[in-house]
Design a protein around this ligand. Structure first.
Ligand SMILES: NC(=O)c1ccc[n+]([C@@H]2O[C@H](COP(=O)([O-])OP(=O)(O)OC[C@H]3O[C@@H](n4cnc5c(N)ncnc54)[C@H](OP(=O)(O)O)[C@@H]3O)[C@@H](O)[C@H]2O)c1
Length: 404
């Protein structure tokens, strides 16, 4: 059968919906017709049909079990058609109080996290697997030996091999939504070229799949700038490459990770830690990785909800600003001992980072660090998108977890 013939059922469904049809009987009749003729049913049609969804709930089936063609169709790019049609039907159903009252649970979503190893990827997977929406989650790992046991034991999780540096290794077919992160690199490579390359590889995989309605990128505060922000330039490159990768694109611009303070654990047994956040009473937005995971999971699960723009961008901060003194107090509470802060002043940043990174990386980290201090480019306009969401984890909780 030609693809246009298969899709005729979908277009016909759309036209009927526009014409005011769409009773429960009509939906059941059309879904049965799709099944009989091996056409692909529109997911939101299935959602409006309690009879079929009850079958789903009872057997815990994915759409592929009820409608075997669903998977192969979306693999061939039919998902784009589904995405186009869905809004019309969703609008229709949301105008119908009877259908809303009888609405069954949402159909299973399929979400891919690529790459899955970064700690933010792990936090998002953890949040997705714990969510009552019960999505299936696929994690892409360059090394399958690194998959955490807490995920492999979950029947809704699947780990697959893939490396964001190798376009041909990435397969996100069948996914409704994709979460991506540009993994940091600490060698002498050009970080901007690397971020552009891995993001273009993810973009190509998303577009090959044809099923992906929403792409969520973990980006960074300051990613709107194309100069003067050091390592954050990698996030800028990723945003440029992915801005129109899918029908819905969300950039989550994370603040400074609370977990960055893990670098202090080495010297804390000696009673001190270095801080590059100066002066000591200067406050910076910080966010816990678990809150990043929760925020990104929520965005992925909201796939299909209209966004005000493409890309849709927001800043993600913690509950409040934190200073170096706050970090000192939080570490003291977490470790039960008093600690000295050893400030690293602005003009000492390059030497400080040179002690741990190759020179090119050290220069980028020093530039990034200066960009968020007083007078830096990020400090001048800390909320450029005018939308700031806040995580709930306090610094002391995050540092207690680091010290545990
Ligand atoms: N730190 C901050 O304050 C901050 C703030 C805002 C935004 N960000 C952004 O957040 C992102 C970093 O997130 P994160 O901290 O969660 O990362 P992370 O934990 O540092 O991620 C490192 C992991 O990525 C995996 N990886 C590296 N190269 C890979 C590849 N080619 N293919 C597949 N996996 C690869 C590696 O895992 P395996 O060895 O197991 O493969 C590695 O352990 C960056 O884009 C950064 O710019 C950071």
């Amino acid at each position: 059968m030609q693809e246009w013939e298969r899709n005729r059922g979908l277009w016909s469904a759309r036209m009927r919906t526009r014409g005011g049809c769409g009773s429960e009987e009509w939906v059941v009749r059309n879904l049965r017709r799709c099944k009989r003729r091996k056409w692909v049913p529109v997911p939101s049609l299935r959602r409006t049909c309690p009879a079929l969804s009850r079958q789903d709930a009872a057997s815990e089936t994915r759409p592929t079990a009820l409608f075997p063609d669903y998977q192969s169709h979306t693999d061939q790019g039919g998902g784009a058609i589904l995405s186009n049609i869905q809004p019309a039907i969703t609008q229709h159903t949301t105008n119908n109080p009877t259908l809303i009252a009888n609405a069954p649970p949402t159909a299973t979503m399929h979400i891919t996290v690529v790459p899955a190893s970064p700690k933010t990827g792990q936090a998002a997977i953890r949040a997705l697997l714990a969510d009552p929406a019960r999505p299936t989650v696929k994690g892409v790992y360059r090394n399958l030996a690194r998959v955490p046991a807490e995920f492999t034991s979950n029947p809704r999780f699947e780990a697959v091999q893939g490396d964001v540096e190798d376009a041909s290794s990435l397969d996100v077919a069948g996914s409704d939504a994709v979460f991506t992160i540009t993994p940091p690199i600490y060698d002498e490579q050009d970080i901007v070229a690397h971020a552009r390359n891995v993001s273009e590889n993810v973009r190509a995989a998303v577009q090959r799949a044809g099923s992906v309605a929403r792409l969520v990128l973990l980006s960074s505060a300051g990613a709107q700038y194309d100069t003067g922000t050091g390592e954050i330039l990698s996030n800028h490159a990723a945003e440029v490459a992915l801005a129109d990768a899918a029908p819905e694109v969300v950039f989550v611009r994370g603040a400074y990770f609370m977990e960055n303070w893990a670098m202090c654990l080495e010297t804390i047994p000696a009673g001190f830690f270095f801080s590059t956040l100066t002066p000591m009473d200067y406050g910076l937005p910080m966010i816990a990785v678990q809150d990043i995971g929760a925020a990104c999971a929520a965005e992925l699960l909201a796939t299909g909800t209209p966004l005000a723009s493409r890309p849709y961008v927001f800043e993600l901060h913690g509950p409040r600003l934190y200073t170096s003194v706050d970090v000192q107090k939080a570490f003291e509470e977490a470790t039960g001992r008093s600690l000295e802060i050893r400030p690293v002043e602005r003009d000492g940043l390059v030497d400080f980072y040179n002690a741990v990174f190759p020179p090119a990386v050290a220069k980028l980290y020093a530039e990034m660090n200066a960009s968020f201090l007083e007078g830096g480019v990020l400090h001048q306009n800390p909320n450029p998108t005018r939308e700031v969401r806040k995580g709930k984890t306090e610094l002391v909780e995050a540092l207690k977890q680091l010290c545990a």
